[in-house]
Design a protein around this ligand. Sequence first.
Ligand SMILES: N[C@@H](CCC(=O)N[C@@H](CS)C(=O)NCC(=O)O)C(=O)O
Length: 212
Amino acid sequence: MTDHTKLYCFGESGNAFKAAFMLSACGLDWTPVVVDFFNGETRTPAYRAEVNEMGEVPVLVHGGRKLAQSGVILTYLAEVTGQFGPRDGDEQLELLRWLLFDNHKFTSYVATLRFLVALAKTGETPVTEFLRGRAVAAAAIVDKHLAETPWLVGGRPTIADLSLSGYLFYPEQYGVDWTGYANIARWLDRLRALPGWKPPYEMMPKAPARRG
Ligand SMILES: N[C@@H](CCC(=O)N[C@@H](CS)C(=O)NCC(=O)O)C(=O)O
């Protein structure tokens, strides 16, 4: 291992929380590198040239690698630590299925809805109504799956659980009552009980507030 493990992140980012929780749950020693998201750091040429051409957090620096995309980071950490990963090829495909569902249908809508309502404070608009509809439709699918099994894949906690739950530990309100999804609520309690779990704002520092 050549570098100390670092995670480019900021507290408000649920995608970064997925990686942060995984690092802590795997017992790795890591340091957050706080990205000044609200003042545009991810959109600067320097960030895109030196940290991530996609202009996003999370970015993991570990063992001489620099990796972006929470799903890639989770997959990589599962492989190098031997924790929260697949037991065989079928489970590997199942994990990929849920990670793709999360990135397209679940986190994407939940995160954007939360950003608009709770952080950018746009108020209710046709866009937030659309996003909430998509978010709750995906939530119903997750809740139904969790009625049959305590964890999304393989009967034990995996990177699929860490990925889909990433945004659901935040305190901000954006018009979705997660306690109304009984199976999701119990699953979140199980995740909170895993070693290394902490609330997002205790896991990573918040980004500096917007100036001006
Ligand atoms: N699919 C990506 C999404 C990452 C993402 O959307 N990151 C947001 C913060 S939660 C970001 O860095 N946005 C920067 C920007 O839009 O300028 C992942 O899972 O890592």
